[in-house]
Write a protein that binds this ligand. Structure first.
Ligand SMILES: NC(=O)c1ccc[n+]([C@@H]2O[C@H](COP(=O)([O-])OP(=O)(O)OC[C@H]3O[C@@H](n4cnc5c(N)ncnc54)[C@H](O)[C@@H]3O)[C@@H](O)[C@H]2O)c1
Length: 215
């Protein structure tokens, strides 16, 4: 599946940076947050902020044209339906399992059948989040490092049902966003790759921290 547009759920520290990166990477990106102040802060972070697009242009990481195009591809919304109506949603809401489960349930109901749902959770098992949906094959963790516009780390954690197609599509997006993903096989958790620039780790049939990683 080819991803062309991306939704980011949550415009906080991580969500704003993720949205900036995916827009800069060439994806039409819409970022949703129910808090209007968070959206205003995100607009600032992604443009004039320390790691924002304008600074990227000043530091010659981007040409002025690339910066302008990235800004054009990035928009913010207060419509949940709009953020769900994309090819890939990256969730970056606060780290509370009840909230993650609720937003994944709502995303599953609102998103088109083919949409991939990724969580930036730092620690919750992807299996628990995927179980809130009817599309567990299209759910995975994409854990970003902070600050997202700078750090190359892109940990992809698959759940028990995550399909190879889902992983491949997200690896492609991560690559196009400059995150250097490495594909290491069906159960890459067994390879002990933690700390690589992009790590594809396995599903958490085992306990958190045990074989299969924290999931
Ligand atoms: N901060 C980090 O260094 C870091 C690094 C990696 C992963 N993470 C993970 O990323 C996620 C987000 O962390 P953060 O630091 O960006 O948090 P944050 O508090 O800065 O931002 C969270 C945003 O989500 C918004 N939000 C709340 N409920 C929402 C909802 N129902 N729908 C959409 N948006 C909603 C809030 O208004 C807020 O703007 C967490 O799961 C965290 O564990 C954080």
């Amino acid at each position: 599946m080819e991803i062309t547009n991306i939704g980011v759920l949550g415009a906080g520290v991580m969500g704003s940076g993720i949205a900036q990166v995916t827009a800069t990477g060439g994806f039409d990106t819409v970022c949703y947050d129910p808090d209007a102040d968070a959206v205003e802060r995100a607009r600032e972070h992604t443009t004039t902020g320390r790691y924002g697009i304008d600074r990227g242009v000043e530091r010659k990481k981007l040409t002025p044209e690339e910066g302008a195009a990235a800004k054009e591809r990035l928009r913010f919304t207060d419509s949940f339906e709009e953020v769900a109506a994309v090819d890939l949603v990256v969730e970056a809401v606060p780290e509370r399992i009840d909230l993650k489960i609720k937003v994944f349930r709502d995303l599953d109901a609102a998103a088109p059948p083919g949409t991939i749902l990724a969580s930036n959770s730092s620690g919750f098992p992807v299996a628990a989040i995927a179980a809130a949906t009817e599309r567990s094959g299209q759910v995975l963790t994409w854990h970003w490092a902070s600050p997202a516009p700078v750090m190359k780390l892109a940990e992809l954690v698959r759940g028990p049902d995550t399909t190879d197609e889902t992983v491949a599509a997200v690896v492609d997006v991560a690559t196009r966003c400059g995150k250097n993903p490495r594909r290491r096989g069906r159960f890459p958790d067994q390879l002990g790759l933690r700390g690589e620039p992009c790590v594809l780790r396995g599903h958490p049939r085992g306990p958190a921290g045990g074989p299969g990683g924290r999931g």
